[in-house]
Ligand binder design. Structure first.
Ligand SMILES: NC(=O)c1ccc[n+]([C@@H]2O[C@H](COP(=O)([O-])OP(=O)(O)OC[C@H]3O[C@@H](n4cnc5c(N)ncnc54)[C@H](OP(=O)(O)O)[C@@H]3O)[C@@H](O)[C@H]2O)c1
Length: 202
């Protein structure tokens, strides 16, 4: 799903534009109340631990359902490197695309599911569409920004953590236009997290 009224591939490329538009792209992030996704040094120590197990008592804020629903996870290099630094790879054998313009170290045990790509965001989506992608999860602040700016994001699910960090890596950055959203739902959790879902309308 892409933002109505924008053509992510530009004029004169109808087939590609249609293929790109058919790919639904979702952002799923946790932010501080003041809109940061990480401390300035990338630290995530302020995020509550997510229990992603399948037990009845676990609460994963819809994370597992989202991961199960996507064909590809597309993440920025910095998010990949942060994930790797945490030790345990959380995505199993789900296909992951790391966007990077510089070399990225992919360990052998992930080589069959993790690949590196670079290029303009519409081109990335077009390549994934060619490979049958229908729903992708876009992750990483700079990466989300580039996809949003290109009109490629259809849905945002933002979990606001009740903390003010004052500084950090922002979810949103300066844009060349406004992005209008439709509020779908908000869900409060007992621990104070409020998860809101929005659809990009234009
Ligand atoms: N709170 C949350 O839910 C959440 C979610 C995700 C991430 N995070 C955190 O956010 C931090 C990372 O975010 P970030 O904004 O710094 O960076 P990011 O988006 O993860 O990575 C940015 C890098 O990705 C590469 N990139 C992005 N688009 C590209 C493209 N189209 N082609 C080629 N390369 C592309 C570039 O790497 P090169 O420098 O190689 O060009 C760019 O510098 C980490 O600390 C992570 O843990 C938090």
């Amino acid at each position: 799903m892409t933002a109505a009224g924008s053509d992510p591939t530009g004029p004169g490329d109808d087939g590609d534009a249609k293929a790109v538009r058919r790919v639904k792209a979702t952002v799923y992030v946790a932010t501080s109340l003041d809109g940061f996704i990480a401390r300035s040094d990338g630290n995530l120590d302020w995020l509550p631990k997510v229990r992603s197990g399948s037990g009845n008592a676990s609460e994963d804020y819809g994370y597992r359902a989202l991961i199960d629903s996507v064909d590809f996870i597309v993440m920025g290099r910095r998010t990949y490197e942060k994930t790797m630094s945490l030790g345990e790879w959380p995505y199993g054998d789900k296909s992951v695309v790391v966007l990077a313009s510089q070399p990225v170290d992919i360990p052998d045990h992930l080589a069959s599911s993790v690949e590196v790509m670079s290029g303009p965001a519409p081109e990335i989506v077009r390549r994934l569409a060619e490979r049958g992608a229908k729903h992708i999860y876009v992750d990483g602040g700079k990466t989300i920004h580039r996809f949003l700016e290109a009109g490629l994001i259809g849905r945002l699910i933002i979990s606001r953590i009740p903390i003010v960090l004052g500084s950090g890596i922002p979810l949103f950055r300066p844009l060349t236009r406004d992005i209008r959203l439709r509020h779908i739902r908000s869900r409060p959790f007992r621990n104070g997290i409020v998860q809101s879902e929005y659809e990009v309308v234009a």
